[in-house]
Design a protein around this ligand. Structure first.
Ligand SMILES: Cc1ncc(C[n+]2csc(CCOP(=O)(O)OP(=O)(O)O)c2C)c(N)n1
Ligand SMILES: [Mg+2]
Length: 331
């Protein structure tokens, strides 16, 4: 079912926020203003947006190295996110997480992970805790196409199915794991059949169609939240840029990139706006508002002082009071 008008407007704004955030970040890399490197998710925005539209604040997400959009869609503060990327005070993870590990636990956004496939298992633990505590929350495991060939995936799918855990698996299939196409490593081409082999409910969806993603995510989240066990969404998409800000993506043909340019989820959303009762002028207003917002966020983040080096040595060991609160002792 297509999104209702207000949901569609909200989803469009979230996708535009992710887009402008990532494009602005890339510009700052071009000006050598950002330390390290980042993995951008331009053209993949409909996936976290459609999923998060169906999440509650107390649901939790485990993201990947390409996770800015996952966090933005969950509602993480853009200021804290940008300050983190610029290694400034005010960074959400006190400038120690950076692009891959930035998190906001208060919003259930546990950040990404540099170990590809690891959050298949981390989400398993979170979901087991939820189940044991009798909660009706869900844990979302975002992951890339490459993760399907990782051993952790098979252990996770098996145990999640066995224990009927509340996990939503979201596979962002952007056609490449670094420079490798899934065709080179995937034994079973039909991922849905492959996942169903574990007794896990699975659906394939066009990951660049916001209505389709939101609809499939709603079905999956409702059934999983209701005790139906894990659900899996296979979302096909493409990343506009290379693997990260140091990669130009030379392993792709320009024809391939152009084919996917036509499937840009924001362009697609504009194409169906009228059917949602939304005018182009309304979308133009959102675009302008988002561009202004991102400019303000960057100006704020750039005005923050650099994170002091001493911070690197904080939070390394649990402080005795916190440890005691959880029943632990200092050795
Ligand atoms: C266990 C492990 N193996 C290899 C790597 C190196 N690595 C980083 S990203 C990446 C590709 C991941 O591809 P995919 O899962 O499709 O995610 P995408 O980058 O396309 O979002 C690889 C192999 C890693 N970080 N961890
Ligand atoms: Mg990939």
């Amino acid at each position: 079912m297509p999104l209702a008008r207000t949901e569609f407007l909200g989803a469009y704004e979230t996708m535009r926020l992710i887009r402008e955030f990532e494009e602005a970040l890339l510009r700052l890399y071009g000006e050598a203003k950002v330390p390290g490197f980042a993995h951008l998710s331009v053209w993949q925005e409909a996936i976290p947006t459609g999923v998060a539209l169906n999440l509650r604040r107390d649901d939790v997400i485990f993201s990947t190295h390409r996770g800015h959009g996952d966090l933005i869609a969950k509602g993480v503060a853009l200021e804290g996110l940008f300050a983190e990327l610029l290694a400034r005070q005010g960074g959400l993870s006190r400038a120690k997480g950076g692009s891959v590990h930035v998190a906001d636990i208060s919003l259930g956004a546990f950040g990404g992970n540099g170990i590809v496939g690891s959050n298949m298992l981390i989400s398993l633990g979170a979901a087991l805790a939820m189940k044991k505590q009798g909660k009706d929350t869900v844990a979302v495991a975002y992951f890339g196409d490459g993760v399907i060939a990782n051993g952790a995936t098979h252990e996770a799918l098996n145990m999640a199915s066995l224990w009927k855990l509340p996990i939503i698996y979201v596979r962002t299939d952007n056609q490449y794991a670094e420079s490798t196409s899934p065709r080179a490593y995937r034994g079973i081409p039909d991922v849905v059949r492959y996942v169903e082999g574990y007794g896990v409910y699975a659906e394939a969806v066009d990951g660049n169609d916001i209505d389709a993603v939101a609809d499939a995510a709603r079905r999956a989240i409702v059934r999983t939240r209701g005790g139906g066990g894990p659900s899996f969404l296979q979302c096909s998409t493409y990343r506009k840029y290379g693997h990260n800000t140091t990669d130009v993506g030379a392993y792709r043909t320009s024809e391939e990139v152009e084919t996917w340019r036509l499937r840009d989820p924001l362009v697609r959303a504009r194409g169906v706006a009228a059917a949602h009762g939304v005018s182009d002028a309304e979308l133009d207003t959102i675009d302008a508002r988002v561009v202004d917002r991102i400019e303000q966020v960057i100006a704020w983040a750039e005005a923050q002082p650099a994170a002091p080096i001493e911070w690197a040595f904080e939070d390394v060991y649990a402080d005795p009071a916190t440890l005691a609160a959880f029943g632990g002792t200092v050795r």
